[in-house]
Ligand binder design. Structure first.
Ligand SMILES: NC(=O)c1ccc[n+]([C@@H]2O[C@H](COP(=O)([O-])OP(=O)(O)OC[C@H]3O[C@@H](n4cnc5c(N)ncnc54)[C@H](OP(=O)(O)O)[C@@H]3O)[C@@H](O)[C@H]2O)c1
Length: 287
């Protein structure tokens, strides 16, 4: 029996992946912020007769301290982790940037910082598994540049652009993780699902009319969750390189500028400094 941790495993693609592995007989830990969605997850697991292998951990992953708490909780309860899947995100339209109580921009914190803290924080547990893998669902290979002067994308805020920027940060997270992982046991996969028919994806639009139009477009060009997760499952079960990137089934070339190694190191250094700055340094799990 494998143990899989899925952030955002209570809805959308994360939930799809969670149910797949529960059906297979594996143990699945999902992390989400809403207790109601956690309850639904338990009910769905019960229907499969998998309630003993289903674990819901409630956490607001936009807070670094919450990510650290999850790392400690998972470490204290489980011997090893076979897979970690990052799906937690809020694609909701926002007019202005939003600061978390820790002082980070919300999208930056939830979409990038959380995945950084969990990737490095859970590394030790993953290394205890036979063939460990991290799959980061974002949008690898998205053209554009990193906003080095405003890494959190607080100024001239645009919620969609902040997500695109966050995705580029995740590309660099994957590169930095693979670069620093001298043991090379953990396979890091960056995955772009393209257009998937989830409620979260439709939340990205403010105007109800626009929302309806996008729903129609997604009905035609997008995929339902059950279809969209097929390549995710395949990659999780067959991870190959220490770092790879995919847009659905198609491999994305790591020679793209978005995977620049120097930029990855630069972002890593900035992140270490940001995390040192705001709280108890002794608790820092990432070095
Ligand atoms: N759908 C698409 O078309 C599409 C396209 C490209 C990339 N992606 C990426 O794919 C991933 C999954 O997308 P999706 O559309 O399947 O997601 P979704 O349906 O919107 O689900 C998001 C999940 O994240 C959790 N979440 C949100 N805020 C959280 C917080 N503060 N703390 C903890 N958990 C939180 C949600 O649970 P709670 O509400 O309980 O917190 C939910 O389980 C995301 O990274 C997204 O950016 C999606």
């Amino acid at each position: 029996m494998k143990t899989i941790l899925i952030t955002g495993g209570t809805d959308g693609m994360g939930k799809g992946v969670a149910m797949h592995f529960l059906k297979k007989g594996d143990r699945v830990i999902v992390v989400g912020s809403s207790p109601g969605k956690g309850k639904n997850f338990y009910n769905d697991a019960k229907q499969l007769g998998a309630e003993k292998r289903a674990i819901f951990l409630q956490a607001n992953l936009s807070l670094v301290e919450e990510n650290r708490r999850i790392v400690e909780e998972v470490k204290s309860k489980f011997q090893s982790l076979d897979m970690v899947v990052f799906c937690a995100a809020s694609q909701k339209y926002r007019e202005t940037s939003l600061e978390t109580e820790e002082g980070f921009e919300f999208t930056f914190a939830l979409y990038y910082l959380s995945r950084y803290v969990l990737s490095y924080g859970l590394k030790e547990l993953l290394e205890k598994a036979e063939n460990p893998v991290i799959l980061n669902v974002c949008a690898p290979g998205m053209k554009g540049t990193i906003n080095w002067d405003d890494i959190q994308y607080k100024n001239n805020f645009n919620s969609q652009k902040a997500m695109f920027h966050g995705s580029r940060l995740n590309d660099l997270l994957g590169v930095a993780f693979a670069q620093s992982d001298t043991e090379g046991k953990i396979k890091y996969i960056l995955f772009n699902p393209w257009a998937v028919q989830t409620e979260g994806a439709f939340d990205a639009y403010k105007n109800p009319m626009m929302k309806s139009i996008v729903k129609i477009i997604y009905k035609i060009t997008g995929k339902p969750v059950e279809e969209a997760i097929k390549p995710i499952i395949k990659l999780l079960e067959n991870p190959k390189a220490s770092l790879s990137a995919f847009k659905q089934e198609k491999e994305v070339s790591l020679t793209m500028k978005t995977f620049d190694k120097e930029n990855a190191q630069k972002l890593f250094n900035i992140t270490v400094q940001l995390l040192k700055g705001f709280s108890n340094e002794n608790k820092t799990v990432e070095k």
